[in-house]
Design a protein around this ligand. Structure first.
Ligand code: HEC
Length: 213
């Protein structure tokens, strides 16, 4: 009887709605709480001391494997030369929705997308017109800057105009001399889109050899 009274009193006192800083009593811990590492934390288990393990060499991020060598590298299957034109699968799969919601396909879509990407990623150095007089270049020439950035190529030079499409693609992917690679910022299909747009830009300013009506 005494014991019953004690249980009644204690349970009445126990539920007064106070807050507690103590962790809740977990009768069965299961897997709710278990040891783990925090991101970027140190580990004594691995020789390099990192808990975040680098991916196995040759790992390809899910969904980004391109098994068409011409599309991936801009070079022929046998690596003998650059591909002359944007590979067909890239063109046929391209779609683009413009500001008015109109849907474009094929080369049309690729060029529109390339226009957008070119103005974001290439124009700061090469200029919107592709003449190599972008803002980065011009501003770096101000005496107060103290570091004159090397002159970006004029994309209307005969040398660039006569490059195969694959070489333009490879330039974006790998960089060239003073130009850094843009592979990390620009995904493969967008690189080809930029190539398509650069070709249109070049045509628009090319000496009129009858190609443009
Ligand atoms: C950070 C500035 C910068 C950006 C951004 C940039 N380039 Fe360049 N690019 C250069 C410079 C500088 C050169 C000249 C490199 C040299 O000759 O040393 C160059 C050269 C080139 C060439 C000539 C390559 C050759 O073989 O002579 C092409 C084509 C080109 N860029 C295309 C592009 C395209 C397309 C983009 C956008 C994806 C781009 N560049 C973005 C700075 C840039």
């Amino acid at each position: 009887m005494k014991r019953l009274a004690a249980i009644v009193v204690l349970s009445a006192l126990g539920c007064r709605g106070q807050t507690s800083e103590e962790p809740p009593v977990a009768l069965l811990r299961n897997m709710h709480q278990q040891q783990r590492y925090n991101p970027q934390a140190r580990s004594r288990m691995f020789a390099d001391g990192r808990t975040m393990r680098p991916p196995v060499e040759g790992t390809v991020p899910f969904g980004s494997l391109i098994d068409d060598a011409r599309v991936a590298t801009g070079r022929e299957e046998d690596n003998s030369a650059y591909v002359p034109t944007v590979p067909e699968p890239v063109v046929s799969q391209a779609t683009y929705r413009d500001d008015q919601g109109r849907r474009h396909e094929g080369m049309d879509a690729l060029t529109l997308r390339g226009h957008e990407r070119f103005n974001i990623y290439c124009a700061p150095c090469h200029g919107r017109a592709g003449d190599g007089l972008g803002m980065v270049y011009l501003r770096s020439r101000r005496p107060s800057v103290g570091f004159p950035y090397p002159q970006p190529a004029n994309l209307h030079d005969a040398r660039v105009r006569h490059m195969p499409d694959g070489q333009l693609y490879a330039t974006i992917s790998n960089g060239v001399r003073n130009m850094p690679s843009y592979a990390a910022q620009v995904p493969v299909n967008d690189r080809w889109a930029i190539v398509a747009y650069v070709r249109a830009l070049e045509l628009s300013q090319a000496p009129n050899d009858g190609a443009m009506p």
